[in-house]
Structure formats: structure tokens, C-alpha cells
Design a protein around this ligand. Structure first.
Ligand code: TYM
Length: 333
């Protein structure tokens, strides 16, 4: 029996990196036999950075709408909000007693987000990966589909599972497997091929959001950074051309083709010819998702009902597992 768990933060609009690196792969697990899928919106993680309380609930609903619009079927998967399942935070505390400060200090995302002022960073930001481990372990999840940037966090979750098992002499938590799959596990910024596409980058021109209009998608792609050479015939020749590689990767991922196949079609062409074709595949792929998302956001009650059902199902799994953890750790009943 496989149990799949993953989540996204409701920090702002989802972009093509979130979609191609994670969400699109989540959909594929749904059809697999003996597989249970749990997909949450991790609102407790979102508050580890500055956020606007008045927007949090709607942003949470919007991410759930994006999951459904992208093909997560509420009849096949449980879609829920992290904070609606208090067992996540409860397990987090228990795991926090076993998480080593030194390992948390080495987390690159913490270092990036805390910046030069690590002394002033909140405890929540520091403990972010422990909560993420709890999200996974509270369901004894076996597989975690994520983008490449989450690899280190997943290693910590595996480490905590093993530490718990060793400390208490049990074989209780399975080792969750990271699933970093698909043609685009690391989508890069459209303005700088050496940094990843991210929600927090200042300029909207660095990314394509799932809610962007067709016109905006076309403009963003037109303005995307590229080098001056024409497209080569082979992937080998894309080495040292990160912007070109990123655009070819996006085309391949959005059209369901191999990168080499795309290169064979556009070999010798300039970006002036390639970019409109990329814009066309991006718009054709994203348009149905965007319009479904808009429809769902017109009917918030429908999304809320999905989330209520999902939370109930998630709690029915998490609650007995937390009970077992309490027993193993020797708490008074
Ligand atoms: P978040 O919301 O930052 O990202 C959500 C997912 O999108 C992937 N991703 C990318 N993939 C490819 N290219 C990119 N440029 C790109 N940017 C983001 C991320 O890898 C992620 O899979 N910490 C998690 C949220 C989380 C979680 C969990 C995930 C909390 N608890 C438990 C799995 C299991 C995060 O980064 O979210």
C-alpha cells in the first residue's frame, strides 16, 4: 500500500514551477492501484514568513481550487487544510524534541530565507522542516512528490523517522521516499537561468502564474531572457545556456514531448521564432486550468465542502497514528 502526501503553501499564486515540479505529478498518482493520496494546503508553513491575515483564508481556498483545477479529483484524493488537522502540530512538537539544531541550521532554505539576520529569524522559520516532517509522518506516508528544492527537507524527514524508531526501539515510521519526477523538477526564473522560479521573486516577469491571462503569458515569454545564439540540434549543446535550456524544458513539459524532439523541430531557429510557439503551448495547457480555477473561486462553498470532507478523512488517519506515538513515547493515558 502506497500513501502519498504533499502540500503547497498559500503564500501567493502558484506558478509554473509549482505546477510542473509538483502538482502535475500529484495527479498521476491518483490512478495507481493500492495508492492513497493526501494533498494539503500548508497554511501553518505560510505564516513563517510575513503575510497578510486578511488574505490567508482566501489564498488557502485558492490553492485548493488550483489543485482541483489541475486534476486532483476530490473523490479519489483527500484535499485538506493543514491547520484543520491539529495532529500535524501535535506531532511536530514531539519530533522537535528529537531534531538537532545543527541539522536545522544547515538547511539551505532556512539560510536563504533568514538571510544575514538569522539571529532575528522566528523559531517557526527555523522549525519549518520539522513541521514538514510531521506533515508526512503523521500519515506514515511512503511517497512525497515534490520539486527538487525540497530534497534536503525530505532528508530531514527521513532522518527524524529513523531517529524516532531508534530512540524508542520500534519499527514504526516508514522512510518516506522523495519523488522528484517529471521533465521539470527545477523550473528556473524567466529572467535569470541560474535561480529557480519562485513566488518570492520581486518581479512578475520572472514567472508565469497559473492565473495569468493569455496576453500576460505571451508577454512574459516574449520578455524572457535568452542568449543570442540560435537553438542547437542536441541537448549537449545546451550546456552553459541555462535560459535556453529552461525554455526548451518548459516547452517539452507543457507539450508532453521529449526535449530532444523539441530541439529537432526548432534546430537553427532564433528565439524570436521559438518564443511564440512556446507561448502557444503554455496558453493551450494552462487555459483550461485557469478557467476551472476561476469557476471554482466563484463557488467557494463547493471548495469548502471538499476541504471539510478532506480534513475529516485526514484526521481519521492521523488521529490513531498520533495515539500510537503517544503510547510508544510513554505518555500517561
Ligand atoms: P512551496 O509552496 O514553496 O512549493 C510547492 C511545491 O512546488 C515545488 N516548487 C518547484 N518545483 C520546480 N521548480 C520550481 N521553481 C519550484 N518552486 C517550487 C516545491 O518543490 C514544492 O513541491 N515545503 C514545501 C511545502 C510542504 C510540503 C510538506 C511538501 C510543507 N509540508 C509536506 C511536501 C510534504 C514547499 O516548498 O512548498
Amino acid at each position: 500500500m502506497k500513501r502519498i502526501l504533499s502540500g503547497m503553501q498559500p503564500t501567493s499564486q502558484l506558478h509554473l514551477g509549482n505546477y510542473l515540479g509538483a502538482l502535475k505529478n500529484w495527479v498521476d498518482f491518483q490512478g495507481e492501484p493500492n495508492t492513497e493520496c493526501l494533498y494539503c494546503v500548508v497554511d501553518l508553513h505560510a505564516i513563517t514568513a510575513d503575510y497578510e491575515p486578511a488574505n490567508l483564508a482566501n489564498a488557502t481556498r485558492e490553492i485548493a481550487a488550483a489543485y482541483i483545477a489541475a486534476g486532483i479529483d476530490p473523490d479519489k484524493s483527500s484535499i485538506f487544510v493543514q491547520s484543520h488537522v491539529p495532529e500535524h502540530s501535535q506531532l511536530m512538537w514531539l519530533l522537535a524534541t528529537m531534531a538537532q539544531m545543527g541539522k536545522l541550521e544547515r538547511m539551505t532554505q532556512f539560510k536563504d530565507k533568514a538571510g544575514k539576520n538569522a539571529e532575528r529569524a522566528g523559531l517557526g522559520l527555523f522549525a519549518y522542516p520539522v513541521l514538514m516532517a510531521a506533515d508526512i509522518l503523521i500519515y506514515k506516508a511512503t511517497h512525497v512528490p515534490v520539486g527538487e528544492d525540497q530534497k534536503q527537507h525530505l532528508e530531514l524527514a527521513r532522518d527524524l523517522a529513523a531517529t524516532f524508531n531508534t530512540r524508542y526501539g520500534v519499527d514504526f515510521f516508514p522512510q518516506p521516499e522523495p519523488v522528484i519526477a517529471g521533465p521539470a523538477p527545477r523550473v528556473m526564473s524567466l529572467r535569470d537561468g541560474s535561480s529557480k522560479m519562485s513566488k518570492s521573486a520581486d518581479s512578475d516577469m520572472t514567472r508565469i502564474n497559473l492565473t495569468d491571462s493569455a496576453d500576460l503569458i505571451a508577454t512574459t515569454i516574449k520578455k524572457a531572457k535568452n542568449d543570442a545564439d540560435p537553438l542547437p540540434a542536441t541537448l549537449e549543446e545546451l550546456k552553459g545556456r541555462p535560459e535556453a535550456l529552461n525554455l526548451i524544458t518548459l516547452y517539452a513539459a507543457l507539450s508532453g514531448r521529449e526535449k530532444q524532439d523539441v530541439l529537432s523541430e526548432f534546430e537553427g531557429k532564433q528565439f524570436g521564432a521559438f518564443k511564440p510557439a512556446l507561448a502557444d503551448v503554455a496558453i493551450a495547457h494552462l487555459e483550461p486550468i485557469t478557467s476551472r480555477m476561476n469557476e471554482l473561486m466563484q463557488d467557494p462553498a463547493q471548495v469548502d465542502a471538499v476541504l471539510a470532507r478532506g480534513a475529516e478523512k485526514a484526521r481519521s488517519i492521523a488521529s490513531p497514528i498520533l495515539g500510537d506515538v503517544h503510547k510508544i513515547m510513554g505518555f500517561y493515558k
